[in-house]
Design a protein around this ligand. Sequence first.
Ligand SMILES: [Zn+2]
Length: 286
Amino acid sequence: MTVFSEVADRVWVRRLDWCDVNVTVVGGSDGLLVVDSWASAPSARGLLEEIGSLGGPVRWLVNTHDHFDHTFGNAAFAEAGAQVIAHEDVLRTLPDHAAAVQRQAALDLEGAPPDPRLRGLVETEIALPTRTFSSVTVVDLGDRAVELVHPGRGHTSGDCVVRVDDVDVLVAGDLMEEADGGIPSFGEDSWPLDWPLSLDVVLQMVTPATVVVPGHGRPVDRDFVEEQRNTIGVVAETIRDLAARGVPASQAAEAGDWPWPVERLGHAIERTYAQLPAGQKRLPLV
Ligand SMILES: [Zn+2]
C-alpha cells in the first residue's frame, strides 16, 4: 500500500497502484478538498479511511475529467458528504463513458479469474458532479482558496486544473503524464489540435518553482510541462501537415516522422483528421 506524501504545506499526493493514478488532498481550516476519486466506489471507501488520518472532513471532491480512474469513486465521496465539482462537460459525458467502461469490464470478467477490484468497478454506482463550472471557479477552504480552471480542450473536452496558489502547486489531471514513459494519452475523446494551446494557458499559471502533479506519475516542474506541450504540438502539427499534403489518415502513421513511438499515439491521428475540416486553425502549434 502506498502512502500520502506531503508535496507542500497541507497538500498530499498519493500514487495508487491500481491504474497508477494520483489522488491529491488539499487541507484547509474548513475541511479537505480531494482531487480525483479513483476507479471504483469500494476502492474509494478504503481510500477515504486513509484520508481520514489527514484530519478534517472531506467536503469537496474535484474530478479533473470524466475518465473512470478519476471519477468512479465519486459515490463514496458523495456518501461521505463531499460536494462533487467538475467542468460542465464532465456532467454531459460521464454517463456514456461510465456505461462503456462498465460494459467492457463486465465482458472482461466473464470467464476470467475473479478480480474483486474489477467486480467493484462493474458494480459501482456512478455519482455525477453536483457543482459544475465553465471556465473558472474558486473553492474557499477557510484559510486558503483553491482555483479550478478549464484551460480548454485537450486530453478530454472537460479538463480542469486545480491551483493551490499559496504553496504554488498545480494539479493537472491527464493534460500531462509522467508515468509510462511520460507520454500523454490520446484517447478517442481527445482534442490534439486544441491541446497545445490549452497547455499554453496552463503554462501561464506555472512558475519555475511550481510543483505540478500529473494525473499519472511523479510530480514534475515547469520545464516538463513545457516540453510535453511542445511535443504534443509537434504531433498535432505533423498530422495537420500530412492532411494538408493529401496523405489519407490510414497512411499517416507510416508517413509521419513522430517524436514519440507512433504506436503510443492512440487515437491522435484519427481525432486530428476528424477535427481538421471544422477548425482550420493556423495558430502555431510548435
Ligand atoms: Zn484520462
